[in-house]
Design a protein around this ligand. Structure first.
Ligand SMILES: *[C@@H]1O[C@H](CO)[C@@H](O)[C@H](O)[C@H]1NC(C)=O
Length: 137
């Protein structure tokens, strides 16, 4: 999918914000807005996983940069490429498919995994021993 990117392509991202999805709003093949749990006055209300930029475009934009400002990295970066929302190329079948997920790694409550008798001579025993030794669980 991403190899179709000419300048900046965009696509929906699943599992982000309380909406469960962040996506450009596409009408008649054009980006007309953004559906995201938080707008924050951004021109591009998008998740970091929701766009791709061609190397060719990036090399042409000597002022390309990403601000170190929480929540505004995507917006600042895309603005530094001199693109407008109308320039964005919707992928993922006009943004009707979720092919990208923004996941989060979190500590979970410890559980004690145990191999049952049928797993005695399988890889699972080794995996569990390795995890116990390294305090993964
Ligand atoms: C996206 O929508 C436009 C306008 O309706 C249409 O011409 C185009 O074929 C669509 N693209 C895809 C991949 O469905």
């Amino acid at each position: 999918m991403l190899q179709k990117t000419r300048g900046v392509s965009v696509f929906p991202v699943g599992l982000v914000t309380q909406l469960g999805v962040s996506s450009p709003v596409v009408q008649n093949g054009h980006v007309v807005g953004f559906f995201d749990g938080w707008n924050g006055g951004r021109m591009f209300a998008m998740d970091m996983a929701g766009f791709a930029v061609s190397v060719e475009l990036l090399q042409k934009k000597s002022k390309a940069m990403m601000p170190l400002k929480a929540g505004y990295e995507e917006d600042g970066f895309l603005q530094s490429l001199d693109v407008t929302p109308e320039d964005l190329e919707p992928l993922a079948n006009n943004c009707t498919q979720i092919l990208v997920w923004h996941t989060q790694t979190q500590r979970v409550a410890p559980i004690e995994a145990q191999a049952d008798d049928g797993m005695a001579d399988t890889n699972i025993v080794h995996l569990l021993r390795h995890m116990a030794e390294n305090k993964v669980l």
